[in-house]
Design a protein around this ligand. Sequence first.
Ligand code: SF4
Ligand code: SF4
Length: 428
Amino acid sequence: MRTNEQHKIETPHEKQNRHKAMEAIKVINILKDEFKNPMESMEYFYTLFDDVYCRQKSLHEGKTKIGTMCIQIPSEIIYALDGVPIRLCNGFYTDDEIGSDLMPQKACPLVKATVGHFASDNFSDKPDIIFSPTTCDQKTKAGAVIEGFGYKVVDVDYPRVKESEASREYWRRSVKQFAVDLSKFQNKKLSRSSLKSAVQKIGYAQSLYHKLCEYRKLEHVPINGTHMFMVTGAFFFDRIDSWTEAVEKLLDECEQRKKQNIGVVAKVSPRIVYTGSPPIFPNYKIPTLIEQSDAVIVADETCSSNRMFNDMVAVDEWNLYDMIDSISDKYLKACTCPIFTKNDDRIRRIIDLVKNYKADAVVYQAFAGCTVYELEQRSVLEAMEKEGIPILYLESDYSPSQGGQLSTRVEAFMESIKMKKKKKEKIV
Ligand code: SF4
Ligand code: SF4
C-alpha cells in the first residue's frame, strides 16, 4: 500500500537538499573506502560531515553564529565575544549551480557556491550576521548579493598591499572596528581575559595541526592529504573542543602508525605539495585524483588548510590592545592569498614546504574564473622551475564532468615523477 509520504511531491528546496546530501555521501564514501590503510579515527569526521551536510544537524544551538566570508576575520575575537565562527566558503556543485543564476557564469565556483548556499537556505547552523573582508573582487561583491537575501553583511576593509606600514595600520584599525561592531551586536564587552583564553584555545588547535603535520614528514606517511583537508575543513564549523579532541585521537593513531611503520602509500609514491584555490568539502576532486594516482599530499599551501593554522598569534604583552594588534598582524602578514600586489611569501612558503616535507613535486590548482590564482601561476611556475621542482598546473571547477581529462593529466604527471624517483634511487 502506498503511503501519503510516497505520494508527496518533492519541493525544489527538498530536491536541493537531496542533491547536496548525495554529493556529500559520495565523497564521504570515497574517503572511507577507496584509500589504502585509512585511519580509524577519521570516523569522527565522516559522521560529523554526514550529520551536518546530509541531515542538517545543528552543532551550535543557542549560540550566536558569526558567518565569515574568508579566513581574515579573527576567530579569536568571535570566541571572546561569545560567538561561534562559521566559515561560509562552500564546495558544493549543487550550490554552485544555484549561484550561477545570481552571479556571472564565469565567476569562481567557490564564490558562486557560497552565494548559492544562501539562496537554497539549507544551513545546519544559519549565520546571524556576516562579516565580509574585502579580499578578492568576487568575495567583495558577493556580500551585496547575500544582503539581498535579508542577511546583515558587514564589510571589513582589507588592504591589498601587505608589506607597507600603512597597510598594517589600516588593517589594525579595521580589526578594532570589527571588534567594536561585534561587541555591539553581541551586547558584550570584549575583555582581556576572554580574549586571552580565545587566543590560547585557537593556539592549542593550531599546535595540534602542527603536530599532525610533523607525522606527514615521515617516510611512511600515516595520513592522506585528502583526509587532512577534511580534518581542517571541519574547523570551518565544528565545536572547537570536539575538534581538538578528535585531532588528539588522530595524533595517537599517527604515533601508533609511526611505531609500526604503517603508511598510506609505498616509498616510491610521489610526495606532493598542494597549492592554489582551496579544496573545500565536498569538492575534493583534485586531491582525490592525486591520491588515487598512487601519490600522497604531504603538505599544502591553501586557505582551507595550512593558511588557517600555520602562523600563531605572537603576543608580547597580554593586554587588550597588544593582543588585538598581534591578532591583526597574524591575519595580514601571514596570509599568502594571491589577492596581494606582491606575494613573494607564497613562493617562499611553497619552496619551504617542498624542502621540509621532502616533496617531489607541486600541484597548483586554480578555479576557472579565479583571476588572481590564474595570474599568479606564472611567477610560481617560474620560481619552481628555478628550484628544479616539477609542477603541474590545473584549472578546474566544481563540475563532476571534468574528471576524465583531469585524471589523465594527473596520472601522467605522477607516473613521470615516479620514474624520476626510481631512476634517482638506482643512481644512488
Ligand atoms: S582564496 Fe583568498 S580570498 Fe578566497 S577564501 Fe581563500 S583566502 Fe579568502
Ligand atoms: S579562488 Fe579566487 S576568486 Fe575564488 S575566493 Fe579564492 S581568490 Fe577569490
